[in-house]
Design a protein around this ligand. Structure first.
Ligand code: DGJ
Length: 387
């Protein structure tokens, strides 16, 4: 064999190894670290993915290796194929200004970015806790940018729907809520406390100052109307609130989902005319069983159905389907694709975090396909390979 052909074979082998290595790096495996273009685990948790001008953008909490308050802000990554992610840096940074709502030591969670076609701006909503106040502030915050990668400008943070009743709450139910007294209940979880809670005890307690807003998502319908869905009333009741046309405020129209049901981590999709809402229970960073609700309209009525998680072949620490395979949802990503016959078929991906409270930056990502069973009900099974 000539020297030339040995060199040629060597070069070919090198290329093959490079391709194999790149494929290995980017073939994301659920329940493992996911590397960005610089070989670092993707530090974007509790977030969402949008597509703009043919490119995907992934936003999420930039979490520290130790501790849980926000030291950086909200991260953004970009991708052409949902598999290879480039770190685009910090989309929204914490502030150095003392007294700012987003000064270092605050907690920024569950950021969601949506694009507003009318204003041509990118709007970020996120759960904000003020520095030094644990989780008691329970606010939603707004930020805006002209470009998908930011920098986003912080606008304000607020409790929501102050002084407004849910639009569909009957007069008699409002009266019953007004007769409750949250200050009276030292012991939670008793049947009497639960009854009062379901009557709207925390809705009434926070009526004047505004409703709490913690875990949250946003949904934009086909007409461009946006809705904020959040865990409110001490994480006991979900609220759906309509956003103004610029997505920078609330219109004041809102209602409740599953009062007293204790749902967190809301995620939502619309498929074949039905809205499906997939949430978690409330167990801090520990996984629990997902809950699912279905409705024909965003304003309900919502009916709770069985958890969509099924199957036994989970491989992350053997967390079963009844523990959401160890994860907690953050977003449902819709990916429209064209099939062989030229028809558009939407693929839905359930994005979740496997929290690692000791090292939050190393919390893992799981992206699982949402399929539909013979009754057109969503089902989610474990797969090792992502996409
Ligand atoms: C569960 C929530 O879903 C997370 O976003 C975070 O707030 C943790 N609780 C904090 O314990």
């Amino acid at each position: 064999m000539s020297l030339f052909s040995i060199c040629r074979r060597g070069a070919l082998l090198l290329i093959l190894l490079q391709v194999m290595f790149a494929t290995y790096l980017h073939a994301f495996t659920n329940g493992k670290l996911w590397m960005d273009n610089s070989g670092k685990h993707i530090n974007a948790h509790g977030g969402n993915v949008i597509k703009y001008n043919g490119k995907y953008y992934w936003y999420g909490e930039n979490r520290p290796y130790v501790g849980f308050t926000t030291t950086v802000g909200v991260s953004v990554y970009s991708s052409d194929d949902l598999k290879t992610w480039t770190n685009e840096g910090v989309a929204l940074s914490i502030s150095n200004e003392e007294g700012s709502d987003i000064e270092a030591g605050c907690i920024m969670e569950r950021p969601k970015v949506i694009y507003n076609k009318k204003t041509n701006k990118f709007v970020m909503l996120f759960h904000l806790e003020l520095k030094g106040r644990g989780y008691e502030a329970a606010r939603v915050a707004f930020a805006e940018s002209d470009t998908p990668t930011g920098p986003f400008r912080f606008i304000r943070s607020t409790r929501i729907n102050a002084g407004i009743w849910p639009f569909d709450m009957k007069k008699a139910d409002r009266k019953a809520a007004m007769a409750t007294d949250a200050g009276k209940w030292k012991d939670w979880w008793t049947p009497e406390w639960r009854k009062e809670t379901e009557k709207g005890m925390y809705l009434w307690r926070d009526f004047e100052g505004g409703q709490m807003s913690r875990d949250m998502t946003v949904y934009v319908d086909e007409k461009g109307k946006a809705y904020h869905i959040t865990s409110s009333q001490e994480n006991l009741t979900l609220l759906v609130s309509e956003l103004t046309d610029d997505y920078l405020d609330f219109t004041g129209k809102y209602n409740m989902i599953a009062p007293g049901g204790q749902n967190e981590a809301p995620t939502i999709m619309r498929h074949d005319g039905k809205y499906w809402l997939i949430c978690s229970g409330c167990t801090g960073w520990a996984p629990n069983e997902a809950r699912m609700f279905v409705s024909d309209k965003i304003w309900g009525p919502w009916k709770q159905v069985k958890s969509p998680f099924k199957g036994a072949n989970a491989t992350y620490k053997d967390f079963p389907a009844s523990k959401t395979f160890g994860g907690q949802g953050t977003y449902i990503l819709s990916v429209p694709e064209t099939d062989d016959k030229g028809k558009t078929v939407t693929k839905y991906i359930f994005m979740a975090d496997i929290w690692n409270p000791e090292h939050l930056s190393e919390s893992l990502h799981i992206w699982l396909p949402i399929n539909f069973d013979s009754e057109a009900t969503p089902e989610i099974m474990w797969t090792d390979k992502v996409l």
